[in-house]
Design a protein around this ligand. Sequence first.
Ligand code: SF4
Ligand code: SF4
Length: 463
Amino acid sequence: MSKPVSKVREAKLELYRKKGKIHAKATAGHFNSLRWAMVWFTQAIFFGACWLSWEANGVSRQAVLFDIAHEKLYLFGLVLWPQDALLLAFVLILAATALFFVTALAGRLFCGFACPQTVYTTIFTWIEARVEGDHLARLKLDQSPLSGRKLLLKAIKHGLWLLFAAWTAITFVGYFTPIRELLPTLPGWNVGPWEGFWLIFYGAFTYVQAGLAREAVCQHMCPYSRFQGVMVDAATKNVSYDAHRGEPRNVRRQAGNTGDCIDCGICVQVCPTGIDIRDGLQYQCINCGLCIDACDEVMLKTGTPTGLIRFMSENEAAGQAQPAGLLRRPRLAVYASLFVVFSVLGAWTLADRSLLLADILRDRGALLRETAEGKIENVYTLKLMNLDELPRDYRIEVDGLPGIEIVGQREFTVEPGSIRPLPLTVAMPGDSGESGIRPISFRIAARHDPATVVVEKSSFVLP
Ligand code: SF4
Ligand code: SF4
């Protein structure tokens, strides 16, 4: 018999924040400083890069811009087109292998320090603490009945959150529409439909994810925590409680056979995901290290060595030695090798990238024709693609048979980022003594840069 609907709903609700909203206690220490350093670093890049300008060929433009309308990605002096999708694939593969490598090395380190969810939750929690006070004051305020003060504090907090989320959304859209063009359109909401959609969506997304959902995203929505198990091994270092040293817990610091943990519970109070690391490794743990900072402070106060909670591997917890060297850890070796291989491939693809692409097709309808002057002619379609930022002039030459030449125009202009199909007629003397299908080659050279040359092979049909 199926469960009543109310029971099913209860079961679902229990899975989500069964302990209520988490108000983590603030802590100080190495890992907290590192977290804030990452917040400043990532946000300086995110909020700053869209304001940088780049001068190219006498024209100033936004240095980092995803110009979807014109199918271009500007990265300072580099302009990428859809034809450069392979480079993007390399970047994604490199990011994935770097993530796998770091996970095999130290678990969810990315989650604890660099994940946007963590970074924005840290910022939103900081705003909340400035408005409502420390974790105890926030808890008290949440539990207090509705009052004018409570309404005012909540309104200020949500107002600041919304302002920050709005600026985040404007910055995000500013990477797709030049931010200096976007800003003047905002006061009168003269934005396009896509810009309007993304401004509202990204703003609401930031507000909900970082302000309201917070650690619930890490606990219930993030798929990474669920499959990280396949990337780690017994030598992976995770934030762990040294149960051998800590147990049995020594509540009153009595002498005798007791552990170093004084059961103060501060490691639980500072945890942004609300777990007790003393219960063992848990998928909710984001390896942020805040419980290490908090416990170290307790250890210093009690005159006990720090490191009761620390980054520790399963091997170390079991008193076994860590494998020496990368090669003894197959996962790490595989991820490192993949990273090196794809870095080299990406660098080579970038270095070998030409701003001119050409494709030649011989007209298969009419194989050859003989002219009144006794010449043999073949007709081709040459497709030229200019990947440069400016219109470019190209000169075309043909080679491979005696007396072979292009009939008519040999120089063409191609607009930036466009493909220009060109009908080409190639002729050679009919009395050259050559016959059958002979290989020839087309040489296309940019007039502004002798190094930009493409040679395309084709064939010439003779009687
Ligand atoms: S902070 Fe340290 S001493 Fe306090 S409960 Fe946690 S592990 Fe024990
Ligand atoms: S258990 Fe420690 S490392 Fe893990 S999420 Fe909580 S505070 Fe961070």
